[in-house]
Ligand binder design. Sequence first.
Ligand code: NAP
Length: 507
Amino acid sequence: MADREVTIVGAGFGGMGAAISLKKLGYDDLLILEREDDLGGTWHVNHYPGLAVDIASVTYSYSFEPNPHWQHWFARGAELKQYAEHVADTYDLRRHMRFAVSVEGARWDEDEQHWVVSVGGRAASAASDQSRPPGVGTTFTTRFLLTATGFLSQPRLPRIEGVHQFAGEVVHTAKWDDSTSLEGKRVAVIGTGATAVQLIPEIADVASALTVYQRTPIWVTPKTDFRIPRWLQRLFAVQPWTQRLARRANSAWLEGLMVTAVLHYRQARFFNQAAARLSKRHLAKQVADPELRRKLTPDYSFGCKRPTFSNDYFPTFTRPHVTLETTPIDRITPTGIVTTDGQETTVDTLVLATGFNLWDANFPAIEVIGREGRNLGKWWREQGYQAYEGVSVPQFPNFITLSSPYSYSGLSYFMTIEVQMRHLERVFGSLASSGARTFEISERANDEFLARMLARMDDTVFTLGSCATSRSYYYTNEGDAVILRPTSSRSARKAVESFPITDYELA
Ligand code: NAP
């Protein structure tokens, strides 16, 4: 008998969603392991200045747990962290969580029909804390294993000569040190992704000089943000249908901009062109200098990499003490940054807004070895990234991987999570009603799903647009864009209700 019935790796919104579904089905022997020291995933880890969600909060939240008290249309980071805590308390998830537990890997034990999970250091005692028998050392066993380790959880340090020799302070946005003061400092930011877009205007407000090193410009569209007045919060609380309506309207707009324009490029190229025009008009309104505008204009199709929303990003570059540097970086010295034209900029603090390492350090975030020694990471890299309906993989019984290829709906992470929750409910529900002990997706069903996704990919901007210069993290090292599920949100919702449960082999 396994020490644990269910183990979930990750206490972010994905892991909590999975736990809510399983508790609803009656699973209570459920352990949620988290390598950080608190819950909330991204919203616990990230606390750089300006952190906010860039999908309006009516959409970026669980539909079954609306929050009528959002302070801003786009909630700030701290509000999302509070919301995560509220969800954990409301659904009684905290008692299942163990923090500072670093799961290193898991191996399927075919004889015992359970997973053997290895945890590191302090982790071991925390994980075994309530397990049977007590004190399992550095491994424990679990009947079901779910990984909810996120897409953007392994910070990427740039491979730039000299980065470790810099004598001043160096901070990565995902490891922000709250004691860092940028007041009056000469600051350099490397990177212009969605994180930098939020951070740069904040730094510009306090730094004496700010140089932003841009390798690839980002598409930025206007952000309709505002403080939600008390009366509207009250209305959302008293008449929840009004907030549901707002969610619908906002999600429909996002579906056009982030899903249709990108994933249905063949059928709706017009949406893509309209989105690019919207962003260019936004830039033209905010930046008068044609040379600066040129530098800030992407030369790849809208949606090849994750676009974002901001009203204060572009104008920041018109401030006298802010410089947009597009000459490539040659090296970093103890005192500053040298570009390939030989110019050195002296810097006190170096901010790395260089994103996350998805393709070397994630997918999967831990080593997972299934039946007949199949190593998930190795198999994905050799045979192509794949996961049936973005959640399960053949030869990995009783295993669900939530941060998977073809799982992410371009609309909102919560849309993805809720589809996955429903998938879990169907699989675990059918397991319970059949009396079976294990489930495993069949090779045939997985192959067919992959073939469908690959065929759909032919319609997307990734295939038909011009993405060569985008340097998008959507693409694997092999050049395939495998993160987004290339279907509409409606189709994903329909599929989760209609996939034949017989695609799973129950034993
Ligand atoms: P990112 O989009 O991967 O951007 C990283 C940036 O660093 C890019 O501009 C990249 O340039 C640059 N960079 C990396 N290595 C470099 C090097 N060696 N030299 C020069 N530049 C280098 O990462 P991110 O901005 O952290 O955003 C990641 C994702 O997080 C977003 O797409 C979004 O999904 C999510 N996010 C969400 C929110 C939200 O509100 N929901 C907020 C922030 C972030 P290249 O493009 O040339 O590689």
